[in-house]
Design a protein around this ligand. Structure first.
Ligand SMILES: [Zn+2]
Length: 257
C-alpha cells in the first residue's frame, strides 16, 4: 500500500468523527476525538463551548451556540457536526468569479454589512472583490482530502485544517482582495491600499481582520490580511480599541466570571 493510500485511510477514519469546515491554507495540530468524548467536553464546559483554561487543547470542544454572531471558532472550538447556517444569502458585491456558488454566500447580517463595506471602499477609491466566503463541511472535506492525496496526511495537516475548525463554515467570514483580483489570498495583499483601508475601516462595518500579525500564537493562524470576520459593529470596535483578538476577548471574559 502506498503512503498516500495509507494516509487517506487514516484520514477517512479521522473524518468520521470530525465536524464542520476548516480553513484551507493553514495548519492544524490536533486530531478530532470521538463524538462521545466531545460531548462530554461540551457538557463540562461552563463557558458555552469556549475551551476553559484547564481544557486539553488537543481535544476541540464543540461550541454550544454556533449561530451566535460572536461565536469563537478556532483549533480548540469547533462547530457541531454538519453545521450549516439557516440564513445564508448571496451578498450583492463584486467577486473574483461570476458563478452563483456556495463560496459566494454569507449569513444575512454579515452579507448586509459586507455590502455597506464594499460600497464605502468603492466610494473611497479602494475597490474590493470577494474571493471566498461560506464553505460547507462537505467542500472542506473534499478540499482536505485533495491535499492529503497530493502531499500526504502529515504535510496536509501543516497547511490545511481539518473540518470543523474553520470560520468559513460559520457564514461569517470572507477572504477578500483588490477588485483586479491580484494577490488573492497571498501575502502581497497586505501591502495594498485595500489592506490598509480594511485595517482602518472594517470595524465600522462590524468586521475584524481576524488573524493579525504577531498574534499567531494566540489565534493559531499566520497573519492573513485578507480574512475578514463579521462579529457585529459594537464588538468589532471594542476589539479594535483594545487591540485584542477574539480569543483574548473570550479569555478575559471567562477570567472575570
Ligand atoms: Zn479565510
Amino acid at each position: 500500500m502506498s503512503k498516500t493510500s495509507m494516509a487517506t485511510m487514516l484520514l477517512s477514519a479521522l473524518l468520521i468523527t470530525a465536524s464542520g469546515c476548516s480553513h484551507d491554507d493553514n495548519s492544524i495540530d490536533q486530531e478530532p476525538t470521538t463524538q462521545k468524548e466531545k460531548s462530554v467536553q461540551a457538557e463540562t464546559s461552563k463557558t458555552k463551548g469556549i475551551a476553559s483554561a484547564d481544557h486539553n487543547p488537543a481535544v476541540p470542544v464543540t461550541v454550544m451556540d454556533p449561530d451566535a454572531i460572536p461565536v469563537l471558532i478556532n483549533k480548540e472550538n469547533m462547530l457541531p457536526d454538519n453545521y450549516k447556517p439557516a440564513d445564508l444569502v448571496y451578498p450583492d458585491v463584486r467577486f473574483t468569479f461570476t458563478e452563483k456558488i456556495e463560496k459566494r454566500m454569507m449569513r444575512k447580517e454579515a452579507a448586509d454589512a459586507l455590502e455597506s463595506l464594499f460600497q464605502a471602499a468603492d466610494e473611497q477609491g479602494v475597490p474590493l472583490a470577494g474571493v471566498s466566503a461560506y464553505r460547507s463541511q462537505k467542500t472542506q472535506t473534499s478540499l482536505f482530502n485533495h491535499y492529503v492525496e497530493k502531499d500526504g496526511l502529515e504535510a496536509a495537516l501543516l497547511y490545511s485544517a481539518t473540518p470543523g475548525t474553520s470560520e468559513h463554515q460559520t457564514g461569517l467570514a470572507i477572504d477578500v482582495t483588490s477588485s483586479d483580483g491580484s494577490c488573492a489570498v497571498e501575502d502581497c495583499f497586505g501591502k495594498t491600499d485595500q489592506a490598509q483601508w480594511l485595517v482602518d475601516n472594517a470595524p465600522t462595518y462590524g468586521f475584524i481582520i481576524r488573524y493579525e500579525e504577531g498574534k499567531e500564537s494566540i489565534t493559531g493562524y499566520k497573519y492573513e490580511p485578507w480574512h475578514l470576520r463579521y462579529v457585529g459593529q459594537k464588538l468589532a470596535q471594542d476589539l479594535t480599541d483594545r487591540g485584542i483578538t477574539l480569543e483574548e476577548y473570550y479569555q478575559s471574559n471567562v477570567a472575570v466570571k
